[in-house]
Ligand binder design. Structure first.
Ligand SMILES: Nc1ncnc2c1ncn2[C@@H]1O[C@H](COP(=O)(O)OP(=O)(O)O)[C@@H](O)[C@H]1O
Ligand SMILES: [Mg+2]
Length: 364
C-alpha cells in the first residue's frame, strides 16, 4: 500500500454515541470510502465525558486520564478498521482525529477536544493530526463549524443553491449557494431529544422519532425555547452542550408537561430552528442534503420537508456519501489539508481573520 494516499478520519461528536471511523483513498480532488467502523462508547465512558463538561475539583487530573482513555478507544477504532480492510498501518498517511469536545468557548478564546494525540500516535504508529479548532479560534474565529470546507470540496454544484445539513448532537449547515461559502450551527440537533428519552424511557435515542410522534407539540414551550437569543443571532455562530443541555430545557418547563409532549416539542424545536435559519440566512435555497445520525430520523426528516415546501430535501446518499460517515470523512480530509499545508477553515464561515492551516501534528 506504500505510496497510496490513504487517510483515516475519526469523529466523535456531541451525541456521545461513539466513534465513527473511516478510511479514505484520495486521488487528486476525488476520494473514495474504503471502509468504515463504528465503536460505541460504554455507558461508563459516556458518563465520564458528560461529567467532564462541568467544572469540578481535581478536573485537570481526571481530564488527562479521560483523554488517555479516549486515545485508547480511538486506537481500537483504527485497529478494527484496518483489520477489517486488511490495510497495514504503514499504508496510512495520517489519522485526522476530531477528539471529544468537553468545552467550546470561542467567546473566552479556547476550545477543548480530548483524546491524547501523542498516545494515539504511539498506539497506532500513524501520524495523528488533532486539535483542529484551536488555530481558528486563535485567529479570532468560532473554531466551528469546520466541515463546510469539506462540504464545499465534495458537494458544491454551482449554480444550484444547495445546503448540506449535519444533524449531530448539534445541527450545523453549509450554504453552498453563493460564491462565498457560509455555514454555522443552527442549534440543537439530536442532543436534547436523546437526553429527554434517556431520562424518561432509558433509551439512548428515539428511533425514527416514534415516541415523539405519539405526543403533541406544546406551542407555548416551543415558543419559549425558540426565544433563546442564540437562534436570532446572526452567523458566524457556534454552540454546544454549554448552552443546549437539559438544565436549559428545564429552565423553560413548568413541570406539568407530559414527557412525550416535550419530546415532540424538542423534535419540532430542532426542525423549526433549522428551517428558520435557512429561511433567514440562506434565502432561495433549492436543495437540502442531510447527514449525521439525525438524517436517519424519519419523523424529523419529514417534519423538515414539510417546513420547507420550496426546498428538495434528501440525504447525502443522493450525492454518493452515506450520511453516517460524512463528518468522519471531513476529518480525514482536514488531516490531508494539514499535511499538504493547505488551510482547513473558511473565514467566511468561522469569522477567523484568514485561512489557516489547522491542527497539531504528532509524528508517527
Ligand atoms: N434511526 C434513528 N432515529 C432517530 N435518531 C437517530 C437514528 N439513528 C441515529 N440517530 C441519532 O443520531 C445520533 C448520532 O448522530 P451523530 O451524527 O453520530 O452525532 P454526533 O456527531 O454528535 O456524534 C444518535 O444519538 C441519535 O440521536
Ligand atoms: Mg456520533
Amino acid at each position: 500500500m506504500a505510496g497510496t494516499d490513504l487517510y483515516i478520519g475519526l469523529m466523535s461528536g456531541t451525541s456521545l454515541d461513539g466513534v465513527d471511523a473511516v478510511v479514505l483513498s484520495f486521488s487528486g480532488s476525488s476520494l473514495s470510502v474504503l471502509g468504515t467502523a463504528f465503536t460505541p462508547f460504554s455507558n461508563a465512558l459516556r458518563k465520564r465525558i458528560l461529567e467532564a463538561h462541568e467544572p469540578r475539583s481535581n478536573e485537570i487530573h481526571d481530564t488527562a486520564l479521560l483523554g488517555n482513555e479516549l486515545a485508547h478507544v480511538y486506537a481500537r477504532a483504527v485497529h478494527e478498521l484496518l483489520k477489517k480492510k486488511g490495510i497495514p498501518s504503514t499504508g496510512v498517511q495520517a489519522i485526522g482525529c476530531h477528539g471529544q469536545t468537553i468545552r467550546h468557548r470561542p467567546d473566552a478564546g479556547y476550545t477543548i477536544q480530548l483524546g491524547s494525540g501523542a498516545l494515539l500516535a504511539e498506539l497506532t504508529r500513524i501520524i495523528v493530526v488533532c486539535d483542529f479548532r484551536s488555530r481558528d479560534i486563535a485567529a479570532g474565529g468560532e473554531g466551528a463549524p469546520l466541515v463546510p470546507a469539506f462540504h464545499h470540496a465534495m458537494f458544491a454544484s454551482p449554480p444550484v443553491h444547495r445546503i448540506i445539513l449535519n444533524i449531530g448532537g448539534i445541527a450545523n449547515l453549509t450554504d453552498l449557494g453563493t460564491a462565498t461559502v457560509r455555514g454555522f450551527d443552527t442549534g440543537p440537533g439530536n442532543m436534547l431529544m436523546d437526553a429527554w428519552i434517556q431520562r424518561h424511557l432509558g433509551h439512548s435515542f428515539d428511533e425514527n422519532g416514534a415516541w415523539a410522534q405519539g405526543g403533541c407539540c406544546i406551542e407555548s414551550l416551543l415558543h419559549s425555547l425558540l426565544n433563546d437569543g442564540f437562534f436570532s443571532r446572526k452567523p458566524p455562530k457556534s454552540t454546544g452542550r454549554e448552552l443546549f443541555n437539559v438544565a436549559w430545557l428545564e429552565s423553560h418547563l413548568t413541570g406539568s408537561e407530559a414527557p412525550r409532549d416535550v419530546q415532540k416539542t424538542l423534535l419540532d424545536l430542532t426542525s423549526l430552528s433549522i428551517a428558520r435559519a435557512i429561511e433567514t440566512w440562506c434565502p432561495g435555497a433549492k436543495e437540502l442534503y442531510a447527514c449525521g445520525g439525525g438524517a436517519a430520523n424519519a419523523a424529523l426528516m419529514s417534519r423538515l420537508e414539510s417546513l420547507m415546501p420550496g426546498v428538495e430535501v434528501d440525504t447525502t446518499s443522493r450525492l454518493g456519501v452515506d450520511p453516517d460517515w460524512v463528518e468522519a470523512c471531513a476529518f480525514a480530509w482536514l488531516a490531508r489539508q494539514t499535511l499538504r499545508l493547505q488551510p482547513g477553515n473558511l473565514p467566511s464561515v468561522t469569522g477567523a481573520a484568514g485561512p489557516r492551516i489547522l491542527g497539531a501534528i504528532y509524528p508517527a
